[in-house]
Design a protein around this ligand. Structure first.
Ligand code: SF4
Length: 468
């Protein structure tokens, strides 16, 4: 596609500096594709390299062992960095850098191009895939060993290529419907201060310049004409300038959550925010540090021994089903797995209730019960949910860096302020959302009730980072 020369388009206002960035993305597809292939290469080295090497010997460090370096980069830099980038740039990562998206789209360019079947378009996938991946990752110790990383991340990439090959010509069917982090990215990007905005009036108006009618392909299948938020958009820039109606713009970070999410929110969003990102994720980050986990396990083991049932304490499963590294003295038995799953399930149930009840009370305080309002209100907790996942992921790296001799005395303060800022942001969003349904004293009282929903997750993080 050739660049549009705006100097000769007298009737079209000059694009802003930000809009020019969007147009740059549209006009430099080759540079972007080169970058995507570079990221694919780095990803492949970090994924496959450690899997074919022996496990790191004792005394190895991140600066002299590829496996430890890859662990540090994946869980300490890559994933927290990608999550933070969603809050700042929207899903720019997906459209410009993601190796899985690039491979899936490449496969779709050369594949069968079949219609997407209904089971793929099921709206529950973002929640189900996130929960399944998180729990499976815990069972096989994905943060500690390279083969589980290969199974989970590599398996996801292989599936992305296969889906791309089968369905949707030049499209990213995988990214749109099945990617395990699609839902999480979609939620976090609602807070981004930039997005591709569509001017409906301009879209419907007669087009003055033929250059503005150049067709484009929206790989993640967004209905660009009616797009209102940043959630589904991969920020690839291919639609920038179309009909002179699409433009990269700045916006208030609370705009989409307060003014757009109310129309689009569904129970799947609430499930992902409350049950997935707050409940399952906190339970998954917490269990290995929890003294309750040990107490319950010992009590159950004693009970089993007294009843002559020893096999759950002795048997494990292959490493791709359950952590099994006898050489490292790291084996999860069937009893361990049962307690682990029960712990995550119990933490999820307690946190989900602890968050949902105050939100439900707030909904009731501003009028009669409406599920749509509850789902809208759940969006107010996105900052806290995001902070939790970022802190949880980086805690693996903190442990790793401490083991390598780095003094991280400031980490407690950094965690405190991250959670404090997230709580303030969530409180602001909850109050603003409730302002759409009530005003005056009703809004104040309902906001107080809604803000109580941050208590349960905060207690969970306090236990993990400061108490245990
Ligand atoms: S709407 Fe589609 S084409 Fe436009 S920037 Fe977003 S992902 Fe790209």
């Amino acid at each position: 596609m050739t660049a549009i020369d705006y100097r000769h388009a007298a009737s079209v206002p000059q694009p802003s500096r930000l809009a020019r960035v969007g147009l740059w993305l549209r006009d430099h597809r080759r540079a972007i594709m080169a970058m995507q292939w570079a990221v694919v290469l780095i990803y492949a080295v970090l994924l496959i390299g450690p899997a074919v090497l022996p496990l790191p010997p004792s005394g190895a460090h991140i600066w002299n062992n590829l496996t430890l370096l890859a662990q540090f980069l994946f869980w300490g830099v890559w994933w927290p960095g990608v999550l933070i980038s969603m809050l700042v740039f929207g899903r720019l990562w997906c459209g410009i850098f993601c190796p899985e998206g690039a491979l899936s789209e490449f496969a779709a360019r050369h594949g069968r191009g079949r219609a997407t079947p209904r089971w793929i378009r099921w709206r529950g996938w973002p929640f189900a895939a996130f929960v399944m991946t998180t729990v499976y990752g815990q069972l096989i110790s994905v943060y500690q060993y390279p083969l589980p990383v290969l199974v989970i991340l590599g398996g996801s990439t292989a599936a992305a290529i296969a889906v791309g090959y089968m369905y949707g010509r030049n499209k990213r069917v995988w990214c749109r419907y099945l990617c395990p982090v699609n839902g999480v990215f979609g939620l976090l990007s609602k807070l981004a201060p930039v997005h591709f905005g569509v001017d409906q009036q301009q879209w419907n108006a007669p087009v003055q310049r033929p250059e503005a009618m150049q067709p484009f392909t929206c790989a993640p299948l967004v209905a660009v004409k009616t797009m209102k938020g940043a959630s589904p958009c991969h920020m690839c820039g291919r639609c920038a300038g179309f009909r002179d109606a699409v433009e990269l713009k700045s916006r208030r970070p609370d705009h989409e959550v307060v003014h757009v999410a109310g129309e689009t929110a569904s129970h799947w969003d609430s499930l992902l925010i409350i049950t997935g990102l707050i409940g399952v994720a906190l339970g998954a980050f917490q269990w290995s540090a929890s003294p309750w986990f040990v107490t319950i396990k010992q009590a159950l083991a004693g009970w089993l021994i007294r009843h002559d049932t020893i096999w759950p304490l002795e048997h494990s499963l292959p490493w791709f089903m359950l952590t099994n590294y006898p050489g490292r003295n790291d084996v999860l038995t069937l009893l361990d797995a049962t307690v682990l799953l029960s712990y995550i399930a119990a933490a999820t149930a307690i946190l989900s209730l602890g968050v949902s009840l105050p939100l439900a009370l707030a909904v009731r305080l501003v009028g009669r019960w409406q599920w749509q309002r509850f789902h809208h209100l759940a969006h107010g907790l996105i900052p806290l949910a995001a902070a939790g996942v970022i802190l949880g992921l980086s805690s693996m790296t903190v442990t790793q860096l401490r083991a390598d001799g780095f003094a991280l005395g400031w980490i407690g303060t950094a965690r405190f302020w991250t959670l404090a800022i997230a709580v303030m942001a969530s409180s602001w969003l909850l109050t603003r959302i409730l302002g759409r349904y009530a005003s005056g004293l009703r809004q104040v009282v309902a906001s107080g009730a809604a803000i109580l929903s941050v208590t349960a997750p905060l207690v969970g993080w306090w236990l993990l980072f400061w108490h245990w």
